[in-house]
Design a protein around this ligand. Structure first.
Ligand SMILES: [Zn+2]
Length: 242
């Protein structure tokens, strides 16, 4: 890279910032007990570009560093650098690691949901237990009304290897207010305006999955009227959120 243009500095700074953020957010997955071993992943769209940043495959959580976060295009292919204005190029130095095996699903979401800036996937225990039964989590808590605006839906069974997981996530979430989907027999995927919001949705998804499961052991949880759910959601998203 030749020293200099504002464009080069800008994209390098942006990518460094997103790498720091994505790396730090992985620590939240372990802090909240949402992942074991190397399972789970966080990604973020790089604002103003057709790029995303995601965790490498097979690196333990304690060893993750910002420099290991991999920059890919929106088809999940690692990209070393880009052309910038005036014929210059910039290289942000991808590590010699493969991106997460779930990268194609994240990339599909970014391609088809332009409003999404972050995606998270875990196999968190309670949410995945609902996914194993293929059962949506009913909206029986005011915090579910606040965060999800209704039940947390189930997406189709899909195998890794093509776009079927990504397609299942998008088809389920585009008709739902929920930022979380339980992919059947697999586990939760969550989205947000940025990676931090998607991590929050993953934490809240596990929390309500656990609480509603426990409530069920004692009887049938009471439903909340849709009108009340709608006003909880509107208040929390539009008023409380600012
Ligand atoms: Zn998975």
């Amino acid at each position: 890279m030749t020293a200099g243009t504002g464009t080069e500095t800008g994209i390098l700074q942006t990518i460094a910032r997103i790498r720091e953020e994505v790396c730090a957010l992985h620590a939240e997955l372990t802090r909240y007990g949402l992942v074991v071993w190397t399972a789970g992943n966080v990604s973020a769209r790089v604002p103003g570009t057709d790029l995303m940043v995601i965790k490498p495959s097979g690196v333990s959580y304690q060893e993750l560093t910002p420099e290991q976060m991999i920059v890919t295009d929106l088809h999940g292919t690692p990209v070393r650098g880009t052309n910038v204005g005036g014929g210059g190029t910039v290289d942000w130095g991808n590590p010699p690691l493969s991106p997460s095996s779930d990268t194609a699903a994240h990339a599909y979401v970014y391609r088809h949901m332009p409003e999404v800036g972050g995606v998270v996937h875990t196999h968190s225990t309670y949410a995945t237990a609902w996914a194993a039964r293929g059962e949506a989590i009913p909206c029986v808590l005011t915090m579910m009304g606040d965060e999800f605006g209704g039940s947390i839906p189930v997406g189709p069974f899909a195998l890794i290897g093509d776009d079927s997981i990504g397609h299942g996530i998008v088809e389920t979430l585009k008709n739902s207010s929920s930022p979380a989907v339980l992919m059947q027999n697999h586990g939760p995927f969550t989205i947000g305006k940025d990676a931090r919001s998607a991590v929050k949705a993953a934490v809240m998804c596990e929390e309500v999955a656990r609480t509603v499961h426990i409530s069920r052991q004692l009887g049938e949880p009471l439903p909340i009227d849709q009108g009340h759910i709608d006003s909880l959601y509107a208040r929390y998203q539009n008023v409380y959120g600012q």
